[in-house]
Design a protein. Structure first.
Length: 344
């Protein structure tokens, strides 16, 4: 402490010595005041970018004693000013940002309120209409089946009833998909999670679609690991539904005599289910919209069985199961859809 004190005194002594030297070599600015006996003032700069006002003065007492003094006043630098005012300005800026954010959110919420009401009314209409169409369609399908099975019809009449039955089944699938999406919008989907056997799920999927692929002249191949897959806690029906969407999409876009592959890759943290087809593939432009509702890469809509809802449903189900869904190009042409889930 004594050493520091001595160094400070030495510094101030040297500073005063420098000041006296500058005063003796530089002319002083004369003040206009006649009430003091100061000789003027001078502005000098220190070695550390500090600035001082120097005022030499002569003080005479009543008994004619004369004192000569030099007064120094250190001016505030930019750093000092910032240190004093910057916290205040930061606080004002922060409060202004908070006010702007609150006001912006309020105005946006108020401006989007009519749009949200319209969207909600549309969702309610879709849900209501789908629910109301479900029962009449079931009656129509059951009656057309009865006509085809029990009533003798000529060829023209039978063909007409078969067309009605086909269109009713197509409309029934559309209604079912719309009801699923309406349930998703209303957040009323329920999950029934349990520990499932992945091998059994894959074999069931293969056995379900093998006859369909054979009918379409397609080869279906299931890649099973030599080691057992880890146990998985999920909703078996929802996962199977996602894989069915992948399979339906692969069958729809595959060429004759092409291959469809089912594969599962498991790591310590994740398990991924993939369905790859070797068909026409999906363009990069369509990939960014492929999971949107009612979107179809077939702009001409020649395929009447595709409503553009299957992949959007698969995405909704994947999000419910805390998974991710992706699409990639298959080597040699085609598309590969993959859904990945974390293992807990």
């Amino acid at each position: 402490k004594c050493l520091l004190k001595c160094l400070k005194l030495r510094y101030h002594y040297k500073l005063l010595h420098d000041v006296e030297k500058q005063i003796s070599t530089q002319p002083l600015s004369q003040t206009e005041s006649t009430t003091t006996s100061q000789g003027g003032f001078l502005e000098i700069k220190g070695k550390h970018h500090d600035t001082y006002f120097v005022i030499p003065a002569t003080i005479m007492t009543a008994n004619d004693t004369v004192y000569h003094g030099t007064f120094l006043y250190q001016t505030a630098g930019l750093t000092d000013i910032l240190q004093k005012t910057l916290p205040i300005y930061l606080l004002i800026w922060l409060l202004a940002c908070i006010v702007v954010i609150i006001l912006t959110r309020y105005l946006l919420k108020k401006s989007f309120a009519p749009t949200e009401r319209i969207l909600q009314s549309q969702k309610d209409f879709v849900a209501t209409a789908s629910h109301e169409l479900k029962s009449p369609l079931a009656v129509m399908i059951s009656n057309t089946d009865m006509l085809l099975d029990n009533v003798p019809l000529n060829e023209q009449a039978r063909q007409a009833v078969q067309t009605i039955d086909f269109e009713c089944m197509r409309l029934s699938r559309l209604v079912k998909d719309m009801l699923l999406l309406a349930s998703s919008d209303a957040k009323t989907w329920t999950l029934h999670k349990s520990t499932i056997n992945v091998d059994t799920l894959l074999i069931t999927l293969y056995e379900t679609y093998e006859p369909v692929c054979m009918k379409q002249n397609l080869e279906l191949k299931l890649h099973l690991s030599e080691e057992s897959y880890p146990a998985m806690l999920t909703d078996k029906d929802r996962l199977f539904q996602i894989l069915c969407v992948f399979m339906d999409n692969a069958i729809q876009h595959s060429k004759n005599n092409s291959l469809i592959e089912i594969e599962v890759i498991a790591t310590e943290k994740n398990i991924a289910f993939s369905v790859a087809d070797h068909g026409q593939g999906i363009s990069d432009e369509d990939k960014q919209y492929i999971f949107d509702r009612f979107y179809s890469g077939d702009k001409s809509h020649t395929n009447k069985s595709n409503f553009g809802l299957g992949l959007s449903i698969a995405k909704e189900l994947t999000q419910m199961l805390n998974g991710t869904i992706t699409i990639n190009d298959t080597a040699g042409g085609g598309a590969t859809f993959t859904v990945k889930f974390p293992l807990k």
